[in-house]
Design a binder for this molecule. Structure first.
Ligand code: BTN
Length: 266
């Protein structure tokens, strides 16, 4: 880790087993844990993914990492970090030699259309600020086929993407923490805009026909890319529409049915 990043780490705990590194940090945040608090675990008994899904978290084989950062802005201003986290992690893995990585809006990390990792962001705070953000990152490093069978979508691990010997989890964690701290600080100063071109470079869907799944319906169109506030731009029969990451799902036109929770559209 860079000396600058090391100075920003307030606490770092590595648990053998915990329910969820995100939940643990949200609990610590409620009792005043500062920016730069980190939680890692060898396994999670109740690992969580987006949209209420489980995140399969077997012992000692993957990366489960969460980090807490505090901002003076309201929680509503932090949504764009969802894209930042995906872009930063993809960039770290590319620097480690992974080719062909792609991001599915807002932050699914894919390789060969299979899921390599994901990010779960949780924000809390006062309506006018201050606020806090917990960013949870899960990366499949070496998933056993047995555990892989429990995953309800096509998946891949770093061992397949990078080949053996796969990068050590300590090195991977250090590089991600380093990049994440940098991104937390820059996002605080400049917002999402400086990260958009990095995200665009990994965009898995740009130009593709896709469906947005809302709570009660779906909307079809061609993906135009990402707006400067992080919204997904879709060219529909009614013109361009924009969707915010909250709780909607994006699917390729030919992909199967999975329902989102609450839609958030403009
Ligand atoms: C997703 O793609 O659905 C998001 C997955 C996020 C998983 C990570 S693992 C570390 C942290 N703790 C959790 O319970 N979830 C996130």
């Amino acid at each position: 880790m860079s000396p600058a990043a090391r100075r920003m780490i307030a606490r770092l705990k590595i648990h053998g087993e915990i329910d969820s590194t995100n939940r643990a940090l949200m609990r610590e945040a409620a009792t005043g844990a500062p920016s730069g608090t980190l939680c890692l675990a060898e396994c999670q008994s109740a690992g969580r993914g987006r949209l209420g899904r489980a995140w399969i978290s077997p012992f000692g084989s993957n990366l489960y990492l969460s980090m807490l950062w505090r901002y003076s802005e309201p929680p509503a201003a932090l949504g764009g970090f969802s894209l930042v986290a995906g872009a930063v992690v993809a960039d770290v893995l590319r620097r480690l030699g992974a080719e062909g990585l792609a991001l599915k809006w807002p932050n699914d990390l894919l390789w060969d259309r299979r899921k390599l990792g994901g990010m779960l962001l949780e924000a809390a705070g006062e309506a006018q600020g201050p606020s806090l953000l917990v960013v949870g990152i899960g990366i499949n490093v070496r998933m056993t086929p047995d555990h892989g069978r429990a995953i309800d979508q096509p998946w891949v691990d770093l061992a397949e993407v990078l080949g053996e010997p796969v990068v050590g989890r300590n090195t991977l964690a250090a590089l991600i923490i380093d990049a994440l701290i940098d991104a937390f600080e820059r996002f605080g100063r400049e917002g999402l805009v400086p990260f958009l071109s990095l995200w665009d470079g990994f965009d898995a869907f740009r130009g593709e026909q896709a469906r947005i799944l809302l709570a009660d319906r779906e909307i079809r169109g061609r993906v135009l890319g990402i707006a400067s506030d992080g919204a997904l731009r879709l060219d529909t029969a009614d013109g361009e529409r924009r969707f915010h990451a909250g709780e909607v799902s994006l699917r390729r036109e030919d992909e199967g049915e999975v329902r989102g929770e609450v839609g958030d559209e403009q």
